[in-house]
Ligand binder design. Structure first.
Ligand code: X8Z
Ligand code: ZN
Length: 609
């Protein structure tokens, strides 16, 4: 999550058009058009920016205080500020509609449109309902943050504890215990979630959207109804690689746990994949690795051996960005960030990056664990911070990424450059394994990145159905697992109880963070990496390329970041890659040797589910 989703979007801008249908809204604007000019529109945007900023920054501080110290009072202040911001933004969005029929330049039109659809959960005009929506949002986030699983009265586990256990434990019964245990956090969320959906849909309708799904799908510089086809197109490019990876992983897990635990003609049970949500599988590399001995750097071990602490991990990540020519992070970043889980209070441990004032008050909020996986997450979060800093001089409505997938892709792009060559350069390993070890390395990366892709897609396939009302509350969990099965080939390890609300056990559902962004990021980061490697003049295979130290690559990247949201994302993509089209062929190229290897391994196996 990034600061914008806590401010501009999650604080939910909405139009207050009490009792007005969209048709009335249009009529209203056409009657005022004679008196309003393009100049008026520009003035209006300037004034709106000033008014929003006044509420946005204290709102972000309230959100920060809550996320880093969950209690009764911080919850109240956060909900209060969030509501204040939304109602102001609503008023402005309503006024913006007056310019619907005024002839304005493209730039002005873009900003006026952004005012209308930067929302995530738009509140209804009714003040009580708007307050209730803010309160629910705040409470759901807190419930997730505070969540624990207690085995008995004196033995409780936090999510970071269980995340670590899911990564390293190999006892299927224990894994199942944690898997089920964490999912006890979400049934109490369900009623509020249902209410939230209804309230936000009411708000979306007042804005002229059919529902929140249409609003979410409408943020991609193309008609909302065309967007899902773009996702399908790219997913179909990657699917053969995913299917091959799935086949191999299922077969190896069947060898390890037995085919009674991992049936070879069914989806893979979700508790065995090294991750609480079975969303990335790199932690089970040792169970599925090639038979032939392969040297693959163990970054977790290297960090421990070299005595890295949490701060040193962040400093190391910062130095990568510095090597590209980005300015060091400000002193306040080090003073104000949350790097480790405080012992004395509840916090939201899920990693996020914040920009509190659109000047230079950048921070991350994490509960860092000393692992290679978290080293990547640190790069991910810093990517958000450097993006935020790069677009800070844009007008308020453009202070965001080209689309939300871009924001999620930047740090990951940098992390793709954490290659053996780079690890040697910074002294984390002593030798660069030769090319005969590449399959091991590619498999490790694919377990994280390729395994993630269908998960990145299915979360919002579920949410869109929920938000349109196509799926009713009584079927929420059933449809969740149908989609898990369909896209990922993953199944619940045990029959789920009637009151289960498993989507609520995934951070982004109670936090209302749209998830398609991560799917997009997992495609885009390979396009970015490929382009940056070319600019850096790296001539080797793309999976061995590191852009570390390339000022040329840094400048090219910054040129795109600086644009913020000022132009359609296709244009931002073209600025860096030379093409306006999202395209998974960079993914396919990157993993080409692995696809060949997987196909060989899978010969004679029956694949699919
Ligand atoms: O939520 C995140 C980031 C913060 S924006 C840590 N990610 C998704 C997740 O954890 O589910 C990164 C990858 C996917
Ligand atoms: Zn992120």
């Amino acid at each position: 999550m990034i600061n914008k989703s806590l401010t501009l979007s999650a604080l939910a801008i909405s139009i207050v058009l009490s009792g007005c249908s969209p048709a009335t809204q249009h009529q209203q604007s056409s009657t005022t058009q004679q008196t309003l000019t393009a100049e008026d529109a520009k003035d209006f945007l300037k004034q709106s920016q000033r008014e929003l900023e006044k509420l946005q920054f204290p709102g972000a501080q309230a959100a920060w205080s809550y996320a880093t110290n969950i209690n009764y009072d911080t919850a109240a202040v956060e909900a209060y500020m969030s509501e204040k911001y939304s109602s102001k933004a609503s008023e402005l969005a309503k006024e913006a509609a007056k310019f619907n029929s005024v002839e304005v330049d493209d730039d002005t039109r873009r900003q006026l449109n952004l005012l209308r659809n930067s929302l995530v959960m738009p509140p209804p005009a009714d003040a009580d309902k708007s307050e209730r929506l803010a309160k629910i949002s705040s409470e759901l986030g807190g419930m997730y943050g505070k969540g624990t699983y207690c085995r008995n009265e004196d033995e409780c586990f936090s999510l970071p504890d269980m995340t670590a256990a899911m990564a390293t434990e190999r006892d299927a019964d224990l894994l199942l215990e944690y898997w089920k245990g964490w999912r006890e956090v979400s049934p109490p969320m369900k009623d509020m979630f249902v209410e939230q959906v209804a309230l936000a849909n009411e708000g979306a309708k007042e804005l002229g959207f059919a529902n929140v799904s249409e609003l979410w799908r409408g943020k991609y510089d193309m008609p909302a109804d065309d967007f899902p086809a773009e996702l399908d197109r790219t997913w179909n490019q990657v699917k053969p690689l995913y299917d091959a990876l799935h086949c191999h992983v299922r077969a190896e897990l069947g060898e390890y746990y037995g085919t009674d635990v991992v049936p070879q003609d069914q989806p893979i049970p979700a508790h065995l994949l090294g991750n609480m949500w079975a969303q990335s599988w790199g932690n089970i590399y040792d169970l599925v690795k090639p038979q032939q001995e392969m040297q693959v750097p163990d970054v977790t071990k290297a960090l421990v051996d070299q005595g890295y602490d949490e701060i040193k991990m962040v400093k190391q990540a910062e130095s990568f960005f510095s090597s590209l020519g980005f300015e060091p992070l400000p002193e306040t970043f080090w003073e104000r960030s949350q790097f480790t889980k405080p012992a004395d209070r509840d916090v939201v441990c899920h990693a996020s990056a914040w920009d509190l004032d659109d000047k230079d008050d950048l921070r991350i909020k994490m509960c860092i664990q000393k692992t290679g996986e978290e080293f990547n997450v640190i790069h991910h979060e810093l990517g958000h911070n450097y993006y935020q800093r790069a677009y800070k001089n844009e007008p308020l409505l453009y202070r965001n990424s080209a689309n939300d997938g871009f924001h999620e892709a930047i740090g990951d792009t940098i992390a793709l450059s954490i290659t053996p060559k780079y690890l040697k350069e910074i002294g984390l390993i002593n030798e660069i394994p030769d090319a005969s070890n590449d399959i091991g390395m590619l498999l490790k990366v694919a377990l994280d990145k390729i395994a993630f892709i269908p998960f990145g897609l299915m979360v919002d396939q579920w949410r869109w159905k929920v938000l349109t009302g196509e799926v009713k509350p009584e079927d929420y969990n059933k449809v969740w697992w149908e989609l898990r099965n369909q896209y990922q080939g993953v199944m619940a390890p045990v029959a789920r109880p009637a009151d289960a609300f498993d989507p609520g056990a995934k951070y982004h559902v109670p936090a209302n963070t749209p998830y398609t962004r991560y799917f997009l990021a997992h495609i885009l980061q390979f396009q970015f990496h490929k382009a940056l490697c070319e600019i850096a003049g790296d001539e080797g295979p793309i999976h061995r390329c590191s852009i570390y130290g390339s000022k040329e690559a840094g400048t090219a990247l910054n040129n795109m970041l600086e644009m913020g949201m000022s132009k359609p994302w296709q244009q931002a993509l073209e600025t860096l890659t030379g093409s306006p089209k999202m395209d998974a062929s960079a993914v396919i190229d990157y993993f080409a040797p692995l696809q060949t290897w997987l196909d060989e391994q899978n010969q004679g196996r029956s694949c699919g589910w």
